[in-house]
Design a protein around this ligand. Sequence first.
Ligand SMILES: Nc1ncnc2c1ncn2[C@@H]1O[C@H](COP(=O)(O)OP(=O)(O)O)[C@@H](O)[C@H]1O
Ligand SMILES: [Mg+2]
Length: 282
Amino acid sequence: MPKSIIEVRDCWFKYRGSLKWVLKGVSLDIEEGSFNLVVGPTGSGKTTLLRLFNGLIPCFYRGEFRGSVKVNGVDTRGASIAQLSKYVGMVSQEPENQLLAFSVESEIAFGLENVGLRPNEILSKVSSVLKELGLEKLKYKVPHELSRGEMLKVAIASVLALDPNVIVLDEPTSTLEPLTAIDLINLLDYLRKERGKTIVISEHRVEHVLPFVDNVIVLSDGRALAYRDVRSLVSEGVLSRIDVDEPALTMLFKALKNAGYCSRIPLSVVEAVEILKGILCC
Ligand SMILES: Nc1ncnc2c1ncn2[C@@H]1O[C@H](COP(=O)(O)OP(=O)(O)O)[C@@H](O)[C@H]1O
Ligand SMILES: [Mg+2]
């Protein structure tokens, strides 16, 4: 049985001063080592859901919170954000707000200083994470002068340096060009496969990430549906029903399927080519 690293049970949340429940009875499990996608239209509660995973709700954001969240077995209600940061690192939707130091090197060192590591350990961890993510050339650059793709990688490096079990990213590709978005998703796939990290990513546009995903959490007006099988989610047209853009590949193959040319919908271009070969050979 895979271990649940995050357990959410019947969670309801309403921001202070608001009458509206943003999360409505959400229950789900995030399995250790899995790649998870949270998908839903703007305002469906994606960011709010992610805030449950690292304890920002209920520790930082005030409001009415019901239900329970356990991270690595620790109930977030009784824990501090610092305690939970050992298990969950988060990259926010605006990495520029997360990057506060004058150099990339000190940005990554900042979190390590906060957990009380010795200076030589900090230097060695900073060097190794910069090397691992191919960011050495940015070491002395000012984070605010980087491109958005570079900023995101530095934010990921700062989180990774602390070695949490789970890395959560809020719509990281939403403002990236397609090639940069693909590069970022490949990095997350590497962290999951080579470093055993559990990845949770929210997205509004899903075409780049779908081929890498194990589980999808579909959010619609604060309610969550979990899909273990990404293929059925795509084939059943769930994305278009919740007002999330379907990838062009999905739309094309749905039309081909409806016209009787193929029986399945591919998740990646490589898979699409295989299906097309089958069609053309007949
Ligand atoms: N800090 C906050 N204070 C009050 N309301 C908020 C706050 N953050 C989000 N909301 C509200 O919660 C709802 C869901 O927002 P959010 O979780 O950001 O959805 P999504 O990430 O899917 O766009 C929206 O109605 C939004 O206005
Ligand atoms: Mg959001």
